[in-house]
Design a protein around this ligand. Sequence first.
Ligand code: PDD
Length: 286
Amino acid sequence: MTRTVYVNGTYLPETEAKISIFDRGFLMADGVYEVTSVLDGKLIDFDGHCARLGRSLAELEMAAPCSDAELLTIFRDLVRINDIVDGMVYLQVTRGNPGDRDFAYPPADTPPTLVAFTQNKPGLADSPAAKVGWKVISVPDMRWGRRDIKTTQLLYPSMAKMMAKAAAVDDSWFVQDGSVTEGTSNNAYIVKGNRIVTRQLSHDLLHGITRAAVLRLAAEAQMEVEERPFTIAEAQDADEAFVTSASAFVMPVVQIDGVDLAAGKPGPVAARLREIYIDEMRKTAI
Ligand code: PDD
């Protein structure tokens, strides 16, 4: 089925959507994005994604293309028009098309480019992978120093995903100065007893919207949360590990660099957090 996508104020078939070759997103990866999940035809944590989009734009001195209310209308229109029950809305904002290539930012009144499209993922919340868990390898974190800004510069994360594929595992965890920053497209956690450990927020990692919700729900469920760096060796010795993201929710990790955690089976903490998170998100979806 041909999707209907959104480009700068217009809904049109994906085959007719066009962006200039001079667009800064294309030439310079000068753009930011958000991925918002859809469950039961409703948007998960829309406000969180809007808030982070605003922060990414502000950090890059990029103009907001529209208000949050307008964005909500666009997202809802795309979900409705494309009949999405479970899936995702992808949104990208770039610094627009200055009409030529130049390293300097174009004048501030250059209109930003706003693109959005849906991805259909039937049964998103019942992913079979969540019952088996992911295997990960560690790779050096060679990304730039402002990973807190959700930019479209995703070449190294793509390379790390390919390294994982080549090693016949599911994902890579980035390691910087001996400790884990995050996964290719998710935040990383380990569990020791009743304590969940995840790296504290900084410029080194993306401030995950799922992370914020999961840490809040974990605290409400009387679990201890410690925000600090951890090493691969500590992770391999943990009771459990997991990752979080808008698309994977809470995904157990059962093997790190060839070492099985808890006999290579998803642990109870990750399973419980996944259930609590999905329940809460279904309730609060808009
Ligand atoms: N990725 N860290 C990185 C590097 C990410 O790319 C993502 C999200 C996360 C988790 O953030 P959130 O919980 O807000 O989704 C952490 C999205 C899903 C993607 O690129 O497809």
